[in-house]
Every structure is written in structure tokens, then in C-alpha cells.
Ligand binder design. Structure first.
Ligand code: GLP
Length: 317
């Protein structure tokens, strides 16, 4: 008798929950991209590689920017790992817009950049420091002392690289590392063959990377042959990684990264070993993924679950 009543009660609760869930899903679906929630609370840490495929590079960049902005709002003194290259440009533009129009506050944020060319002064127009100043730092209210970009003109590189690692540790570690990807699947300047446990160090650049990056210089001959770069191990230590790739020219590298074996020949594939990675792609960069439809289904379910969790009264969770 008692069991019967408990059974009835559970059944009713289930029906009620189902209706509530359906309503939440409907609401989540009608949400605009800016309004969607991307919870990154520690308790929501995912133990998987989340693959988000957006219809265009614009949406992908907005999605990545929303993720970063949400972290800054939730944890104003967060530590961000930043990247250079063409890919994050639209992300930075959106973050600047949010600072200007929505008061996104960078006053307590600390940043660490992934890499820098050896030999270039911070004022050199092709240095990564200059790039960051131009495309992000001078447009937001970040404090100069909270900005860290490797110094391409350090004299004792070995010592300097150890210091850079120590600075990251002293800041409490990187909360979120933004990453682009090279056409050969490298992250930062961890060229094929880099140890997957590597730390910040000097790396000789591959010819392909030099050619790819020559567009920023007057000629390939002007591209420095070496760079100082966070290691794969340094990147894997970040609490969360956000890899952004857009365009057909990144499709092969992304396919190897996501669906290939973990190998030092494609250093981005080491992200498969990380417990909390978000890969944000546009359709073109995702085009060579064999299980593309499956990833879309997984993401749809993930959004439904997140919407349900976000709207559920916290005391009931
Ligand atoms: C360089 C940088 C990487 C960047 C890559 C791709 O190698 N060190 O951090 O991800 O270029 O750059 P882009 O976004 O311009 O394709």
C-alpha cells in the first residue's frame, strides 16, 4: 500500500519534471546566442572534449568570446591564457565591445600569452606583444602589471622560461587558455615532435609555420626562426582550454586533433588528454570530422541539460 503510494507519487513527479524539462528546452531553443548560458562553475567541469560547431566563423568567435566574458564576470580576478594569430581577432573585438558597451571589467584579470618570437622587441610591429597591445590590451582596462607576454629579447632564455612558468604558478595557474591551431596541428609554437610534457622553452619553427606566418611580415626571410613558447605540458595544466578554429584550411588539423591518435606529431591532439576542453569550430573547420553529426547531437543534449540545470532552483539541485 505504502509502496503503491510512493510509486504514484514518483510517477507524478516524473510527469511534472518531464513537462518542466520540455518547457526549458523550448525556452533554451528560442534563446539568442548572446543570451545562452555557458556555466563554467567548478562543479560543472566537464570530463570530456566538448565540440561546438557553429554555422559561421562569426558565430564561433562570438561563442568563444561569450565563454571568456562569462568567466571574467563570474571570477573577476581570473587568469586567462591568450593566443595570437588571425583566429582570435574577432574574439578580441567582441570582448572589447563588451568592455565598452556592457562594462566587462578587466581590472583584476591577469593574462599570460602563449608565445613570442625570439629577437623581437615588444614595440616591433610583428611581435606578439605589439599584436596584443593593438588588438586587445589598449582597448580594455587591464592593468599593465597584470599582462604577461614572453619576452623575446630575454638574455638568459633558460632562466627566463623557468621564471615564466613560476609566474603562472604564482598567479594561481591559468583558469582558461584560449588556443588557435597551426595548419600542421600545433598549439602555441609546439611544432610536431614537441614532447607532450614540455614546458615553456625555445622552439625552432617549422618551414610551414614560417610560411604560414610570413603574411604578417614583408617577406618569409624576415620571420624569426625561433620562438619562446609555453609547452604542451604548460597548456595541459590550465583548468580549461578553449580551442578555436575557423576556415577550411584548418579542417585537416582539426580532424587529426579530435579524431586522430594522441601524438606529438600533432601537438593539439594532446588536448584529448585534458579533462575540460571546448573546441569551437565553424562548419568549414569541422568539415573533415567523420562523426560531425554525432558531435552536433551531443552538443544539443548538452545544451538541454545546461538549460535545465541553469533554470532549476539551486536548492533543488
Ligand atoms: C602561430 C601561433 C599559434 C596560432 C597559429 C595559427 O603559430 N603561435 O598560437 O594558433 O599561428 O594562427 P592563425 O590563427 O593566424 O591561423
Amino acid at each position: 500500500m505504502v509502496l503503491q503510494r510512493v510509486g504514484d507519487f514518483l510517477e507524478k513527479t516524473e510527469v511534472w519534471q518531464r513537462r518542466f524539462f520540455d518547457w526549458l528546452v523550448k525556452r533554451a531553443k528560442s534563446d539568442s546566442i548572446e543570451n545562452r548560458r555557458f556555466p563554467v562553475e567548478p562543479e560543472n567541469v566537464r570530463i570530456f572534449m566538448r565540440i561546438i560547431i557553429e554555422p559561421s566563423s562569426e558565430y564561433a568567435s562570438k561563442r568563444a568570446a561569450a565563454w571568456i566574458a562569462q568567466l571574467i564576470r563570474r571570477k573577476p580576478n581570473c587568469v586567462l591564457g591568450l593566443a595570437t594569430g588571425s583566429t582570435p581577432l574577432a574574439v578580441y573585438q567582441e570582448l572589447i565591445r563588451q568592455h565598452r558597451d556592457e562594462g566587462l571589467d578587466w581590472s583584476q584579470v591577469t593574462t599570460f600569452n602563449l608565445d613570442e618570437y625570439v629577437g623581437l622587441a615588444p614595440t616591433h610591429p610583428q611581435s606578439y606583444r605589439y599584436f596584443m597591445d593593438e588588438h586587445l590590451f589598449r582597448h580594455i582596462n587591464i592593468l599593465p602589471q597584470n599582462i604577461n607576454v614572453p619576452d623575446g629579447r630575454a638574455l638568459d632564455f633558460e632562466r627566463y622560461c623557468r621564471t615564466y612558468e613560476k609566474l603562472i604558478q604564482q598567479a594561481g595557474g591559468i583558469d582558461l587558455q584560449l588556443l588557435g591551431i597551426g595548419s600542421d596541428g600545433h598549439i602555441a609554437f609546439n611544432e610536431p615532435g614537441s614532447s607532450l610534457g614540455s614546458r615553456t622553452r625555445i622552439k625552432t619553427l617549422m618551414r610551414k609555420t614560417i610560411e604560414d606566418n610570413a603574411r604578417f611580415f614583408a617577406s618569409p626571410a624576415e620571420v624569426p626562426r625561433m620562438a619562446i613558447t609555453m609547452g604542451v605540458g604548460t597548456i595541459l595544466d590550465s583548468r580549461q582550454c578553449l580551442l578555436l578554429a575557423t576556415g577550411r584550411h584548418k579542417a585537416e588539423a582539426i580532424a587529426h586533433t579530435v579524431e586522430g591518435p594522441v601524438t606529438s606529431q600533432v601537438t593539439a591532439s594532446a588536448l584529448q588528454l585534458h579533462r575540460d576542453v571546448i573546441v569551437v569550430l565553424d562548419e568549414a573547420a569541422a568539415s573533415l570530422l567523420q562523426r560531425i553529426e554525432y558531435y552536433k547531437e551531443v552538443e544539443q543534449t548538452q545544451r538541454e541539460l545546461e538549460a535545465a540545470a541553469a533554470a532549476f532552483p539551486p536548492e533543488l539541485l
